[in-house]
Write a protein that binds this ligand. Sequence first.
Ligand code: FE2
Length: 606
Amino acid sequence: MKVTVKSVVLFVLIALCLVSLGSAVGEPISVADALDSARQRLAGTYTLEQLNAMTPETVTAELTDAERVALGTAHIRFIVNVPVRVYVLHDKRFGEPVPSEPFWIQERGFESTGLEVLCDGEPFVAYARDFEAGLVGLGVNSFSGDYLHYFVAVKAAREGEVLEITNLQPACLQTTVFEEGAKPYPLPDWDPLERVPEELAGATLVQVDIAWRRTTRLLDYFTETEYPATAQADNIVLTWSGCPKTTQGIQWRTSVETTKGAVAYLNTADHNTFTPGTPTLVAAESTLVKTPSVVNQPELYTHTATLTDLEPGTTYVYAVGDGTENGWTELAEFTTAPETPEPFSFVYMGDVQLGFPRWESLLERAFRERPDAAFYLLAGDNVNRGNDRNEWDALFHHARDVFDRRVVVPAVGNHEYHGGPPDLYRAMFHLRENGPESVPAKQAYSFEYGNALFVVLDSNLPPETHTEWLDTTLGDSDAVWKFVMMHHPLYSSGPGRDNVWLRDAWLPVFDRHHVDLVLQGHDHAYLRTGPMKADMPVESPAEGTIYVVSVSGTKLYDQSEHSYTAVGFVDTPTYQVLDIQLGGHRLTYRAYDIDGNVKDEFVKEK
Ligand SMILES: [Fe+2]
């Protein structure tokens, strides 16, 4: 081939065209990157008041072209082998035939079909368009986080062709047959499809994660923390990430000015002498936590330290700081679990969620009345919007005079999933990671204290993710007392809140290993069952398991009458103290209101 100036210029022009075409049609930026850049730009441009006044239209107009492509095409993607008709089943409450959001349904040529299906009692309307064989990309559910997430039906466009869907992204997407009774959200507590129209019956249903509905918020997203971190350590919390006899987890936070931290600790016996001993120093692991929603402090550091090789049954004094001479907090103390079983007490509380100042009074009452209680169980819904950091700032602020000296043991509630999976819960707590492999770390775990086993479950997840591990953990322990804590109750308090799938999965396991008490929340009232076995009342606690629902915050619900209720009442936040007595063979349980009145009590002996 003859190389001329003309041919070189032509080659260069073609190459430039290909490069620009490549960047135009190539991989969009990810949805996560698009959300990050949009959120940072919005927070840097507007006041909180202006951000909170935005609408789906005004916030969509703020997006760059690249963000618009990502948010309109890359939330859900899959490959089809033949030309298809894709139906997006969208919550009708967004409006119909023109939905208020998301922007891409109209923009990308989806048209209202007039078809409707019921899911979880809500009508969903089908928007449809045709796609060639190849990549199908769909956008985000909404910027408001309102209502339920859309789901998808796919049909081969030409009769007789067999549809195959591959490369589903994210990988957690699943497919099943679109038919009466199929589940768009493959979790037990969401109702299946009803009134499936003929046109959609037999299509392929792409099932989605219900938690995604609030992961793409740009509206009702920005907020301020009432309790910003400073350069000095605060919100100090004791947890266990190892054995309670010989280890102690300590966590705190600082503003970004302080990038490292340390703990200094000393056995109280060496401290309370005329010539105190030298404290041991342990460096903390410091993690930058980014939460762009908190406009007045979008970043802070959490610091966690694990003290190891401690003496069992021993009280230590400690301080945390940045490791400099003057950077230490005031002294606080912790006590390790005893080496051999002996009497001990602990506190259990149901949902905090709302009303932190009043909850602080309840917590302080518990601490004042029972300073001997070794640790505090929190049964989930510890905050209202679990992925909003300002709420954790507030929770720990209101617990600051108790959780820096008594260990907190949390469970995951449904509100920890607000805004998506409970990522911030995991970032906020330094916990044991000995749960089932099929459950994300820290969302389920177990530990022994004295002669008791404590098993903490994540009842938001399909129970089968836990069952085998639960069975093994309960079976392997020779503890005298076995306690389980989880958020959703096996025996509910309120009307229409029966979690039958949890009972089906876990009741036989609790029965098999004779769990003594199951400590729960979620129903915002107080209910204790009598001893239960095989889903029936039994004569004495020695034969059965007792189930408790309680609430510690100010969100309160009604209660309905149930055959299994031994004690039930409403409108009363409580804390419960459980005393393991008499060489560890008697359990005395009492529920107290904020004035210290005993609202319920029972004794179980072994
Ligand atoms: Fe809940």
